[in-house]
Write a protein of this length. Sequence first.
Length: 181
Amino acid sequence: MRKETKRGTIRSKIKRGDQVVFVAGKEFNRYDSNGKRNATTGKVIAVDPIKRKVKVEGAMIVKKHQKANPQLNVEGGIIKREAWVDASNVAIMDPKTGEATRIGYEIREGKKVRIAKKSGTVIPDPGIFVKPKKEAEEVVEENVEPAETEEKKPAKKKPAKKVEKKAGKKETKKPEDKKEE
């Protein structure tokens, strides 16, 4: 049977910039010198909601053997980088207690916010998607003098030369024409 692909927007409850803790897998089974489990925690670098994968800063480090490519200025060697982890292996860290928690949604003050299920506190947005305010840009534009803006006009481009193409048959001289000359 053919696997059906999902249509529409696929969203993930875990967003880039969230603090997460591992709840399963290789990074969950880390032990300290006393023999206590010490699950890895970190910040989410990237999210792939279609494949349900995340990258966590400092976790699941793999070594990639990179071949040098001088044309693209890429150095060769062994590169350490984060690998993709299944999203089910991580959980959001509760901002109040620091433990793993599930995520719920509520509407507070007219906005849809994420809620930690264990403590009921609001999970703050990472803030990486916030656009800068336009007021700051307008103030910068007002301080610039008009004389300076006139001097920085782009150079005029030269008009392209038009090439005329001759259409039709080639003209050839007949032997009779040569005799008349």
